[in-house]
Design a protein around this ligand. Structure first.
Ligand code: NAD
Length: 262
């Protein structure tokens, strides 16, 4: 296992859910972590201090908005200035909206494409020169099973996640000889605030109760009949940063209880 102590990871959208779980995993491995995302300032500071105290590395927070390319560039530059480099880039920030395509609000479409897809371009563009200079880097994009297959009423999300998978592969080829890998993790359903929030909308769009949505929609395709956990995803991300994963690049790795195998 690569020693990740002294390395630095940016995890976008890490004030909640999967991103927070990944940040916790990296902090536990002694990596410096840059937390990012929205939320209550006091709560974010409590989380930052807790992770920082539990780590041999340092944990800082940057509230860059993933819809704003200038703020994204400043996030990467700020991390490099503070820690000397960005070794690990985890593009995780994401939002969802569940609605039929003909009723999909234009501004929500743009926002989902910006946060879930375009931000991963802006971060990678800013971080790759520093990784090349060090001859080592890891880019991990948190895509989704919806980066590999579709579901109805999630047009913007499925489009963005398929785009992220394509970007992951293209970047992997471009940086392959520079000691940098680029991979996507494609989780099935994880019970986070993002998923909790879409249950009422899915129920409305499909004419179901919320319990039916959990049982018959969310876990219907997950053959294990279990939600994926953030701890499992942190373990996969740490593996992708290990020496054993040096030759794993351009992969879209499903962590989905068999969903996309069927
Ligand atoms: P979440 O809602 O719990 O967390 C989303 C994070 O993104 C939060 O920290 C939020 O503040 C941040 N964020 C939102 N808009 C932002 C912006 N403009 N700038 C910066 N940060 C912003 O969601 P989650 O379920 O943890 O999802 C995280 C990622 O995992 C997303 O990309 C999502 O698509 C993906 N994913 C989730 C699941 C799931 O079942 N939960 C499954 C597959 C993929």
């Amino acid at each position: 296992m690569t020693n990740l102590q002294g390395k630095t990871a940016i995890v976008t959208g890490s004030t909640s859910g999967i991103g927070l779980g990944l940040a916790r995993g990296f902090a536990g491995a002694g990596t410096n972590v840059v937390l990012n995302g929205f939320g209550d300032a006091d709560e974010i500071e409590r989380t930052r201090a807790e992770l920082d105290a539990a780590s041999t590395g340092s944990v800082i927070y940057d509230g860059a908005d993933m819809t704003k390319p200038d703020e994204i560039e400043a996030l990467v530059k700020g991390a490099a200035d503070r820690f000397g480099a960005v070794d690990i880039l985890v593009n995780n920030a994401g939002i969802q909206l569940v609605a039929p395509v003909e009723e999909f609000p234009r501004d929500r479409w743009d926002m989902i494409i910006d946060i879930n897809m375009n931000s991963a371009f802006h971060t990678a563009r800013a971080a790759i020169p520093g990784m090349k200079a060090k001859g080592w880097g890891r880019i991990i994009n948190i895509a989704s099973a919806h980066g590999l297959v579709a579901s109805p009423f999630k047009s913007a999300y499925v489009t963005a996640k398929h785009g992220v998978v394509g970007m992951t592969k293209t970047v992997a080829l471009e940086v392959a000889e520079a000691g940098i890998t680029s991979n996507a993790i494609c989780p099935g359903y994880v019970l986070t605030p993002l998923v909790e929030r879409q249950i009422p909308d899915t129920a409305k769009a499909r004419g179901m109760t919320e319990e039916q949505v959990k049982r018959d929609v969310l876990l219907a395709a997950q053959w294990t009949k279990k939600f994926v956990t953030v701890e499992q995803l942190a373990g996969v991300a740490l593996f992708l940063c290990s020496d054993a994963a040096d030759n794993i690049t351009g992969v879209a790795l499903p962590v989905d209880g068999g969903w996309t195998a069927a």
